[in-house]
Design a binder for this molecule. Structure first.
Ligand code: ZN
Length: 451
């Protein structure tokens, strides 16, 4: 099925390229079922109340040791809120899209990549040479051939998958991809399928007026395309694409908090005003800003917002709150690990409103803010895709003692005499832990000690 789909994608491409069409027949992996279409939806595949609030961090490039080291250490120091579901109580995992060519032969960076793989992070592909596939910055005109895209993806994959003994990273699989400069076309996506990659995280999303941060799209497959991508095609800044058996993690625009909420997020000024002064095309009314940290922190002369760490924290926290008050569509953030460390012993250039220290503080503050919400689960992009395949309801740990006068619904949880329980069905006046076949099931995951 997957092979047929791929052939379909291949044959509908403008030119039939034999070498590109034969490779997947040999490489097609039977270990996952991405041949099943999952259309774009603004609803969780399960009941919203039982849906975890996923936060998924994706770091690009990863060629600078200091920042990457800090990111890996920081993620390992936190764990997800307590609960009885798969991702509760676990150290935070994230996705890392490696720019391979720059770090070949760099022992310090490769050691960190291996550590990331061993810690269970999602090791993704960000190409071999970071090409910008545009002619004169025109997003509709590309210079790269299908073979060049194939080479960019496969060469990087080889380094990531090769064993440590052979000088590689030893990733058990490479599941994800981010396009350099978010520039992609059918050749790019064909190369991903040919190399066994399961998801892409390069598409813009949330740009329509109807998307207000509470009703964003969930990850979906590209069997039927992407409505967000189609909008960009209609607006003339993305090329049309064919259908692909690939997952898409949409990169939604972030909404800048409105003036009325500045106090809540700790800022004594209008963040929308500040951005409007720096970014001429910023839409003050919708407040829609960019997802990627490059555009938030970099200097206005480069077309970015030049924000401070506190500004970026406010944006991240507000967008999490919007999702929690809405359909809980995952919050996927585009980041660069280099921004969180010195580069050759110096502050990275071009970020006038922040320093390594204040950017680190902003990310930590956001992680802590998010972890204060019991529904939040930090997961990598591939964990998100796996959850979409088999969505598991979240089970929260109890925040209150069992109460004899209360009625409990399925999924409610309580503490009683030092133990934690979840209700298997509707119950009232039944003491937890007392009977066989009780409506109360003990949740041992809730009593784990913090790391
Ligand atoms: Zn990059």
């Amino acid at each position: 099925m997957r092979i047929l789909d791929w052939q379909f994608g291949c044959l509908t491409n403008k030119e039939l390229r034999k070498s590109m069409c034969l490779v997947p027949l040999l490489l097609a992996s039977p270990t996952f079922a991405d041949d099943q279409s999952q259309p774009p939806s603004q609803h969780s595949p399960i009941n919203t109340a039982e849906t975890p609030m996923f936060v998924s961090l994706g770091f690009d490039d990863n060629n600078d040791a200091d920042g990457l080291k800090w990111v890996l250490e920081t993620l390992s120091q936190y764990q997800n809120p307590k609960g009885a579901d798969k991702h509760a109580n676990k150290p935070l995992s994230a996705s890392f899209f490696m720019l391979c060519g720059l770090s070949r032969g760099n022992a310090e960076v490769l050691t960190l990549w291996r550590q990331a793989a061993q810690a269970g992070h999602d090791i993704g592909n960000h190409t071999e040479t970071h090409p910008d596939d545009k002619v004169n910055w025109n997003p509709l005109e590309s210079w790269m051939t299908a073979e060049q895209w194939q080479e960019e993806v496969s060469h990087c994959n080889e380094l990531l998958k090769a064993s440590v003994d052979d000088g590689g990273v030893g990733a058990s699989s490479v599941n994800g991809f981010r396009a350099p400069f978010l520039t992609y076309d059918d050749d790019t996506l064909n190369a991903l399928v040919a190399n066994g990659i399961r998801y892409d995280a390069s598409f813009p999303a949330g740009i329509t007026a109807e998307h207000d941060g509470t009703n964003n799209f969930w990850p979906h497959t590209l069997h039927n395309g992407s409505p967000e991508h189609d909008l960009a095609v209609n607006q003339g800044w993305k090329p049309a694409i064919s259908a692909f058996p690939l997952w898409q993690i949409p990169m939604h625009t972030l909404i800048v908090p409105p003036d009325a909420l500045m106090e809540k997020y700790g800022l004594p000024y209008s963040l929308r005003d500040k951005i409007a002064k720096n970014v001429p095309w910023f839409d003050f009314v919708s407040g829609k800003g960019d997802n990627f940290d490059w555009n938030l922190y970099s200097e206005p002369a480069w077309g970015a917002a030049g924000l401070s760490g506190d500004d970026v924290f406010a944006i991240y926290a507000y967008n999490l709150d919007l999702r929690l008050s809405g359909n809980k569509a995952p919050l996927a953030l585009g980041l660069h690990s280099a921004f969180y460390g010195l580069v050759n012993g110096q502050e990275p250039i071009g970020m006038p409103g922040s320093t390594v220290e204040t950017r680190r503080a902003a990310l930590e503050r956001f992680i802590e803010y998010a972890l204060s919400k019991p529904d939040v689960r930090f997961v990598s992009h591939i964990e998100l895709v796996d959850w979409m395949h088999s969505p598991e309801p979240m089970t929260l740990c109890p925040s209150s003692e069992w109460d004899v006068y209360k009625t409990y619904q399925k999924g409610d949880s309580v503490s009683y005499q030092g133990k934690d329980y979840v209700a298997k069905w509707w119950t009232t006046q039944q003491i937890p832990g007392l009977y066989e076949n009780s409506p109360w099931e003990e949740i041992e995951a809730c009593t784990v000690s913090p790391i």
